[in-house]
Design a protein around this ligand. Structure first.
Ligand SMILES: [Zn+2]
Ligand SMILES: [Zn+2]
Ligand SMILES: [Zn+2]
Length: 315
């Protein structure tokens, strides 16, 4: 392995396969490391309000002169994004209103384009190469396979003119990798801004009692301690919203990530009662209860939208 990241190292996590652990102490709130995205894509619904390159949200962004759709802070951001935007720029104009690839297909197109130009190990792959991200292809059921086939069809339909696509099997692998390792970039209000892939961050295993959280600075991921850590402690994030009780969490983990969590919280289920508590109307409403309700509602709406907008082959 070349380079690596100071303060963390790859190791074999008992019962989990490969994982990441710290080699020095970290205090709550401290940054373990930050990782630029290998590839990322701004959500279509944010187009026009955010820069496609750095995700900055502001008034008065400049539009791409060719498609008049993608927006940028300035010429510097536009130039930096061109290698990726050119995959979409003329195709969007050619397809007009019929241009509607899924966000997943858009991200995969960018990953494939980057793989062609990025021959050296990138700054996002200090510990894990993009090729070595797990795909769990053997676990994919028929329903998911069909969804992926739709994405592959979308990729051919909207991107094949500007990109030499690998064979079907390799495409399925990349889609499976992104499905279980893609990160949703959220703004401060937890609103979905885009999707990205961070190979080094993909090495971090799940726990419902996480030691770190991922936050975003533009399109970079920042890994921060949420508890004090000592050398040798495993770096653990939660792949899912911890709002849900144990059975629900594990259903979600099995559905999306193909494993059942065996952390202390999943064994003890100590917080389930609070999570499942039926509220009486007379109970005073605490601020964190409201926050949780808002988060829950946002998440449900987002999941609903994701299902609704999942790639139609023709539209
Ligand atoms: Zn910008
Ligand atoms: Zn354009
Ligand atoms: Zn757990």
């Amino acid at each position: 392995m070349t380079g690596g990241i100071a303060g963390v190292e790859r190791f074999d996590s008992p019962g989990k396969g490969r994982g990441l652990r710290v080699t020095k102490a970290f205090k709550v709130g401290e940054l373990l490391f930050s990782s630029p995205a290998y590839s990322y894509v701004l959500s279509m619904k944010e187009r026009g309000s955010n820069c496609e390159c750095c995700f900055t949200r502001k008034e008065g962004l400049a539009r791409c002169g060719k498609c008049r759709k993608a927006c940028y802070c300035n010429v510097k951001c536009q130039k930096a994004d061109w290698a990726m935007h050119k995959l979409e720029c003329s195709a969007m104009t050619a397809f007009g209103e019929n241009w509607c690839p899924s966000e997943m297909a858009r991200l995969v197109a960018r990953i494939l384009a980057k793989k062609k130009t990025q021959k050296e190990r990138s700054a996002s792959e200090k510990i894990l190469l993009i090729e070595d991200i797990q795909s769990h292809e053997e676990d994919v059921d028929n329903e998911k396979r069909e969804m992926t086939e739709l994405d592959v069809a979308g990729l051919h339909r909207y991107f094949s003119k500007h990109l030499d696509l690998p064979d079907h099997k390799d495409l399925l692998t990349v889609f499976s990798q992104v499905a279980c390792n893609g990160f949703t970039i959220e703004d401060d209000e937890l609103s979905h801004m885009g999707t990205a892939i961070y190979p080094d961050v993909a090495l971090i295993n799940h726990s419902c009692l996480p030691s770190v959280i991922v936050t975003y600075n533009g399109t970079s991921a920042e890994i921060r301690a949420v508890k004090d850590m000592k050398p040798g402690d495993e770096v653990l994030i939660s792949y899912i919203d911890l709002l849900y009780p144990t059975d629900d969490r594990n259903n979600r983990l099995r559905e999306s990530y193909y494993f059942t969590c065996e952390c202390q919280e999943c064994k003890s289920k100590s917080k389930d009662k609070v999570k499942l508590k039926v509220r009486k109307q007379s109970d005073p409403i605490e601020q964190d209860v409201i926050n949780n309700m808002v988060r829950y509602a946002r998440k449900t709406i987002r999941e609903f939208r994701a299902l609704k907008t999942h790639p139609p082959v023709s539209c």
